[in-house]
Design a binder for this molecule. Structure first.
Ligand code: SF4
Length: 616
């Protein structure tokens, strides 16, 4: 891993570690799917011991995949596992600390005493790893920072980085360097900032350039999990960071592997991309979110949420029914439109003129010539190529979409856009390293103080749905996460249909938290600690609460890690014993040990009691 090795793909078993046969079978399935490292939880010494059995059986069956013991709270399990498997993963937030959610005011001396205490607990493991040639991941999780770190640095990327550095210093003092680092969070924005900051701090602090393990925790399942993971992992891969990745889904671990491969395989083709002009001083702060400042033009830019533009330009005919896929449901008997939470804002029609009355929230975009012939149609606006725009063709008095790529972004064009209160720039790219080229375009606008709102356009063709989700979430999400972009225009021919494409756009906005259109589920991927069927329960909770737009619900398999890991969820549904669930409001326990048969109903009672329930 690291250096010039390929980006490695890994995952984690979900079977009880004491079930040797089940763990072996699952590992073999993961390896067959392309998994290169397998992580297995070792919650106590007996599971750590059983890793030896699992490894023996795997080796006997010809499988040499490196195994990683996942440790929380139990140094004795770590010290045993480090003698048995290739790598141990420790979480600096809970290796030597128990979390009490307390804020403590430390004196310098008291803080140093805490560091000394950690050193004495952690040192034996470092020595064992060194002696046995075992690798270690120092894996910080945003949700499980120690009270000490939280008290000094807060719940922040800085706290995450400092938490890892405390452990790293101990390793380096012992001349132990067989280390990989991670900075995971369920919020892709925090996760991206934390990894970037880590790299910066390693560099500044004279540490070695350790390999990075990338992942978004508790990403959930289905398209949400895929998109959220890709926004976080993909953005960093585009930055050139990341040596191994895990996509955490609330699904079978084998299902994680193809998503991870889709993410990393893109970079096999990336070398030798068309050159992108170098940046000397970036106006974008890579460690903190701040939205690029823009004018408000119609409902774009300023304080408006990013807008979604659907691409219907290849259609011969558009009818009422065609808009169903875009979130507009037409009732013939009532002659009325129902507008869903995922209704796009504009449709690019090219030259296909619409001949019926459109819903009041929708705008139409035509090629310039077609628009000229139909400019009296309500809410119809032109799509104008930059070169024609600069020439001075006729424009709409309210809203014009100017299409450009980086190589035609001339000084003349920038100046005209700067002074045009009707222009929205629609950007595209043909570069193999497209996200970075588009980021370069934003930088150019910012350096020239051009506040035109920008819609990020990307075109894809002939992709599987999962590929579309992963690619678009990386390419567009990677810009939105840095505050760049006032809209999405996704043109995706033969990639799963109009509904999939439209929902992908909204899901990217949701994952980057730039526009919320549905309930968010922060569900753990499950592991050997899990106390209930996470996939089934997540599906059940989703079926009852999918309509609670903006609410964040954490669904966690165990009470050991769950409450910390569910981060900023509004409500938590956490396994606290076999058949028992504990319900949380934020970080506060509201009902303990509810029988699982009643727990979803109780969760809804809780949401209702807080006034956050609406009827579906
Ligand atoms: S929260 Fe889920 S994945 Fe994390 S340790 Fe608990 S059961 Fe395992």
């Amino acid at each position: 891993m690291g250096g010039s090795n390929p980006i490695r793909v890994q995952s984690m078993t979900t079977i009880d570690t004491m079930d040797t046969k089940g763990s072996v079978e699952q590992t073999l399935r993961m390896v067959a799917a392309g998994c290169e490292y397998v992580r297995i939880t070792a919650p106590s010494i007996k599971e750590a011991q059983n890793l030896a059995e699992i490894k023996k059986e795997l080796r006997a069956r010809g499988c040499n995949v490196p195994l990683i013991a996942d440790i929380h709270f139990t140094p004795n399990a770590a010290e045993l596992a480090a003698r048995l498997v290739e790598k141990v993963r420790v979480n600096p937030g809970n290796y030597a600390d128990k979390k009490r959610f307390e804020t403590i005011d430390y004196t310098e001396a008291a803080y140093q005493a805490e560091l000394d205490r950690i050193r004495s607990k952690f040192l034996p493991l470092v020595k064992i790893c060194k002696e046995h040639g075992t690798a270690m991941r120092i894996g910080t999780n945003h949700g499980s920072l120690s009270d000490r770190i939280m008290s000094r640095y807060g719940d922040s990327p800085t706290g995450m980085v400092e938490s890892a550095l405390e452990f790293l210093k101990i390793c380096e003092d012992e001349n132990y360097f067989n280390i990989v680092l991670s900075m995971k969070s369920s919020n892709p924005q925090i996760m991206v900032q934390a990894y970037r900051l880590l790299v910066q701090k390693l560099d500044e602090g004279g540490f070695k350039p350790y390999p990075l393990h990338l992942g978004v925790t508790e990403a959930g399942d289905g398209e949400d999990g895929r998109i959220k993971s890709s926004v976080g992992i993909g953005t960093l891969l585009e930055d050139g960071l990341g040596d191994t990745i895990r996509v955490s889904l609330t699904e079978e671990p084998e299902a994680e592997v193809p998503v991870a491969l889709t993410l990393v395989d893109r970079y096999k083709e990336r070398a030798g991309h068309e050159p992108i002009p170098e940046v000397e001083n970036t106006p974008i702060n890579p460690f903190e979110y701040s939205r690029r400042s823009t004018f408000e033009v119609a409902n774009f830019g300023g304080h408006q949420v990013p807008r979604v533009i659907a691409d219907f330009s290849a259609k011969q005919k558009v009818t009422h029914a065609s808009l169903f896929a875009l979130g507009y449901i037409y009732s013939i008997p009532l002659d009325k439109w129902t507008i869903t939470d995922m209704a796009c804002d504009y449709i690019f029609l090219g030259d296909c003129v619409l001949d019926f009355e459109i819903p009041g929230t929708l705008g139409l975009i035509y090629n310039h010539k077609t628009w000229l012939a139909n400019k009296n149609q309500v809410r119809a606006f032109p799509f104008i190529r930059a070169e024609h725009y600069v020439e001075g063709v006729e424009t709409s008095p309210t809203l014009n979409f100017v299409y450009a790529t980086l190589n035609i972004l001339s000084r003349e064009l920038i100046n005209k856009l700067k002074n045009d209160p009707t222009a929205v720039l629609l950007i595209d790219t043909y570069n193999k390293h497209g996200m970075v080229e588009q980021r370069r375009l934003f930088i150019e606008l910012m350096m020239n103080d051009c506040k035109v709102p920008v819609v990020i356009g990307r075109a894809y063709g002939d992709l599987q749905v999962e590929q579309l989700q992963v690619y678009a979430a990386t390419d567009i999400g990677g810009l939105l996460i840095d505050g760049l972009g006032d809209g999405i225009f996704l043109a995706a021919e033969n990639c799963g249909g109009d509904k999939v494409v439209n929902e992908t756009a909204f899901n990217i906005l949701q994952a980057t938290r730039t526009r919320i259109s549905k309930t968010e589920y922060i569900s753990c991927p499950s592991c050997g600690r899990t106390l209930f069927d996470l996939q089934e329960t997540t599906a059940l909770i989703r079926s009852r609460t999918y309509h609670l737009k903006g609410l964040k619900i954490g669904i966690m398999g165990c009470i050991v890690n769950g409450p910390g890991e569910m981060a900023d969820a509004d409500y938590g549904y956490v396994g606290s014993g076999p058949g028992r669930i504990t319900l949380y409001r934020g970080k506060e326990v509201v009902k303990r040990n509810v029988p699982s048969a009643k727990a979803v109903d109780e969760l809804i009672v809780l949401i209702r009691g807080d006034g956050n329930w609406i009827e579906p």
